[in-house]
Design a protein around this ligand. Structure first.
Ligand code: AMP
Ligand code: GLY
Length: 428
């Protein structure tokens, strides 16, 4: 009998984790809570669709009922709320940081204090709970700062203001009007950094780490990096910006001191540490930490993993990562995301999706915002699905992923036709 694993979450990121675990020779069954129709369609995966990812009691009860040998937690909210702590108390192996370690993502002012205390490069910032004091500080600055709500705000709590008036409005919106509820009881006014953004993610076992291949994200909604910011409309590897030398610098200047600092404070970090960085003239600086995998970066990176994903998770959970060789395919990978018509500002009515069966076999389709209605898969809003292709070169992977997404259709579908293409042209 092989292992039975519980994956918590319902996005494209979690579908990629389910896909990776089902390729393990050790894994018999994956249960996803709540999962999505794409995961339900994977042979060996069952969805507990009535258990939400944020229902901590429900997830622990499900793990007990199903007697799983490992729980992998995808999204940040349950991590910050202490799901991993509860699972460990109940005797389960759980992949993800404790609430104390996940606080690096859960509170931006806490994260900033940690970074400064450990001499990890980051922008200068000051926190406020009082609007008048924050506005007075804003007046005293000779530059316009980035305004950040302290807590988790579903990716919307950062306002990169262009003018002082905009920054003041953001401060009032957060501290006076309560725009982000409890997440906005404190604001951070942070020095605006300039440069190129890059993310570096690492598997961590509390002490040791293994950096993942860098996946460069396209955050803007529209072709040419225009339009509003989104969770990510596509991503690709390799990224010319994040070369081996940069990964090494980030490992030494950011990942290592973070793991050492957390361990010294009695809250060792197990799980994925995601460092969002700005490559400034003075070197890489941390913009934020996430305590989880990225979406859509996971859909790029997991297909490249050659080591058994279950072994990597267990090595992290059991503190043995230092003795495991985590190996990656020497290939390029491109992921293109399709989103509903209203994304990222409004919801969209469910729309039937056609063409899924025509996507070439060389592509992997990961579901996110999909649902089953009368037996047919519908787009249900937000980011709907992602198509990944892996090939020897970036140009080939980009063409294959774009060809895969081109056969999928639903009303209002948005996707970017330029994911990875500019970089691929420069490189080939
Ligand atoms: P976050 O929600 O922390 O990922 O921030 C969202 C986006 O805001 C980032 O991806 C950056 O593009 C931008 N951002 C955050 N902090 C800064 C900063 N200090 N300087 C410039 N841009 C920033
Ligand atoms: N793609 C950005 C994120 O997962 O936060």
């Amino acid at each position: 009998m092989g292992e039975r694993i519980l994956v918590v979450g319902s996005g494209g990121r979690e579908h990629a984790l389910v896909w990776g675990l089902l390729r393990s020779t050790r894994v018999d069954q994956v249960i996803a809570a709540p999962g999505n129709p794409g995961m339900a369609g994977e042979p060996g995966c069952l969805c507990a669709s009535d258990t939400s990812a944020s229902d901590i009691d429900g997830v622990v009860a499900l793990a007990e009922r199903e007697q799983v040998s490992l729980v992998v937690v995808g999204p940040e909210d349950p991590l910050v709320a202490g799901l991993v702590d509860r699972l460990r108390e109940a005797g389960f192996a759980a992949f993800g940081p404790s609430a104390a370690a996940a606080r690096l993502e859960g509170s931006k002012s806490h994260c900033k204090e940690f970074l400064l205390a450990h001499d990890i490069p980051t922008g200068a910032a000051v926190s406020f709970t009082d609007a008048e004091q924050a506005l007075a500080y804003l007046d005293s600055l000779d530059h316009v700062p980035v305004v950040k709500a302290d807590g988790l705000a579903a990716g919307k709590g950062v306002i990169v203001a262009e003018t002082r008036t905009e920054a003041a409005e953001a401060i009032r919106g957060i501290l006076i009007d309560g725009r982000f509820g409890r997440a906005g009881r404190e604001v951070l006014l942070e020095e605006r950094l300039t440069g190129t953004e890059v993310s570096v993610l690492a598997f961590c076992d509390g002490t040791d780490y293994a950096v993942m291949p860098a996946a460069q994200d396209h955050k803007r909604l529209l072709v040419g990096d225009l339009g509003p910011n989104t969770g990510g409309m596509g991503a690709f590897h390799p990224s010319p910006i994040a070369d081996a030398a940069l990964l090494e610098t980030v490992a030494h200047r950011v990942i290592e001191p973070t793991l050492a600092g957390l361990a010294a404070q009695g809250r060792p970090y197990t799980g994925v540490l995601y460092a969002g960085l700005m490559l400034t003239d003075a070197g890489p600086k941390v913009i934020e930490f996430n305590c989880r995998f990225g979406d859509p970066e996971t859909q790029v990176v997991i297909p490249l993993l050659e080591t058994d994903l279950y072994d990597v998770f267990m090595a992290c959970v059991e503190g043995r990562l230092g003795s495991l060789d985590v190996e990656w395919a020497d290939q390029a990978a491109v992921t293109v995301v399709s989103a509903s018509g209203g994304y990222p500002t409004s919801s969209s009515p469910p729309a039937p999706i056609s063409g899924l069966e025509d996507v070439p076999d060389e592509c992997i389709v990961f579901h996110a915002g999909t649902e089953l209605r009368d037996g047919a898969i519908h787009a249900s809003g937000g980011r709907v699905l992602a198509v990944t292709a892996m090939k020897p070169t970036l140009a080939e992977a980009a063409e294959a992923a774009h060809a895969g997404i081109a056969v999928i259709e639903f009303e209002g579908m948005q996707h970017r036709s330029d994911i990875a293409r500019e970089t691929a042209q420069v490189r080939t």
